[in-house]
Design a protein around this ligand. Structure first.
Ligand code: AMP
Length: 395
């Protein structure tokens, strides 16, 4: 796996695919700069070697050239975070971009305009990718969030660099962290899968059954498993058409020697609302008119024991409707359990959409070993799929 360590960037222009798809407010100010901060170490390495950086990214979902999606809006923020002057060019290919790159001096950073102003980007157009490739000597992919897409800047461009391509620090760390969980893990290995639906996680579950010793199934997903085994789930979210599949997963787990842990009690509510009436109920006996919206106290205790037995922990998906304070306790308790296990030497990886939002919201981001930056990309890796953006560098 080629990384920044394999290159000296002195007098070289690195073209770097970053993920600067950051949220902006109505004044076009960056409201969360995590993704810019995440790219910093790669940019600094190139500059410290005596090279220069050409940064390319998408922002939002523009339809053609739309000023509201211009990367011009984030230039000041990038400058503030990287700590050097950042130039901007209002195109990402063609004469203007090529001229701006030609004028770029050692130690300088140039940000190109939004790649998705051209529909060729998402189409993975070869001619467009070739034009992008003219803007640097060495191609670095540091955008994990789009590594599962075969877009021009994330995948197709790599073929024009033969040996001169590598992973940036962020992408390399993502790959190493997932590898540490799936392939080079210290046992026992635990995967915690929560969230709303079984259907969106089936392939992940099937792939990881071969890799883990323990599996916690929590959140809305658990009710399909409970009902399939004869429990009464009341008005809880449940996918009746996935019950057979749930039983099959439990059977496979048994055959593979994976211990499955499902909540035994829930915080049930008489309405999907933060101010609903609540009561603690056995998860197998939820009456009509009530729905389970969070893991109950006994479940939290059980999960704490499992988490603290394990040396490698993967967490994807909340244990309850954490967006509402009344139903956030189970997810917070799990965060504390993982924090404790991590302090005692376990490797913990959190990734995939909502669990990242949850760990940030409740202050656990610094307490776990690694928080993945790519929701969809991370899920596809957990499903065992090869990501085109990664394969293109390895080729
Ligand atoms: P996912 O994107 O599949 O990880 O699902 C995350 C969503 O699942 C969050 O928005 C949670 O509010 C939701 N969720 C978790 N537990 C439950 C539950 N018991 N009932 C309904 N929704 C839930």
């Amino acid at each position: 796996m080629k990384t920044l360590k394999d290159f000296n960037f002195e007098n070289k222009k690195a073209i770097i695919r970053v993920d600067f798809n950051v949220p902006l407010n109505d004044k076009f100010e960056v409201t969360d700069a995590t993704r810019i901060e995440a790219a910093k170490s790669t940019i600094i390495k190139v500059l410290e070697d005596g090279g220069s950086c050409v940064l390319m990214s998408h922002l939002g979902r523009p339809k053609g050239k739309q000023n509201e999606f211009s990367l011009q809006h984030i230039v000041a923020k990038v400058k503030e975070i990287i700590g050097v002057n950042v130039k901007f060019v209002e195109d990402c290919i063609g004469d203007k971009a090529e001229q701006a790159v030609a004028n770029l001096e050692k130690g300088e950073v140039l940000l190109l305009e939004n790649l998705r102003f051209y529909e060729e980007e998402k189409k993975g157009d070869i001619a467009f990718a070739k034009k992008l490739s003219k803007l640097g000597d060495i191609y670095i992919n540091d955008a994990f969030g789009t590594a599962h897409r075969a877009h021009a800047s994330t995948t197709i461009i790599a073929q024009f660099f033969e040996e001169n391509k590598c992973f940036g620090n962020l992408l390399a760390r993502e790959i190493e962290s997932i590898d540490k969980v799936l392939n080079n893990s210290e046992k026992p290995v635990l995967a915690i899968l929560g969230g709303a639906k079984v259907s969106s996680k089936i392939t992940v579950i099937e792939n990881i059954l071969d890799k883990v010793d323990h599996l916690i199934i929590g959140g809305g997903m658990s009710f399909t498993f409970i009902k399939a085994q004869g429990g009464t789930v009341g008005d809880s979210i449940c996918e009746d058409d996935k019950m057979e599949l749930a039983l099959n997963i439990l059977k496979q787990a048994k055959e593979k020697g994976v211990e499955v842990h499902i909540p035994v009690d829930v915080i049930a509510a008489d309405d999907f609302s933060n101010t609903a009436n609540t009561q603690i109920l056995d998860i197998n006996a939820i009456p009509e008119g009530w729905q389970g919206l969070d893991a109950g106290p006994k479940s939290r205790e059980n999960f704490d024991v499992v988490v603290n037995k394990c040396k490698t922990i993967l967490w994807n998906g909340p244990l309850g409707v954490f967006e509402m304070e009344t139903f956030s306790g189970g997810t917070i308790a799990l965060g504390h359990s993982i924090d404790k296990a991590t302090k005692n030497g376990a490797f913990s990886l959190v990734g995939g959409g909502d669990s990242v939002a949850a760990v940030k919201q409740f202050g656990f981001a610094e307490k776990v070993s690694y928080v993945s930056t790519g929701g969809g990309a991370m899920l596809e890796m957990l499903e065992g799929k090869a990501l085109p953006g990664i394969e293109a560098i390895l080729k």
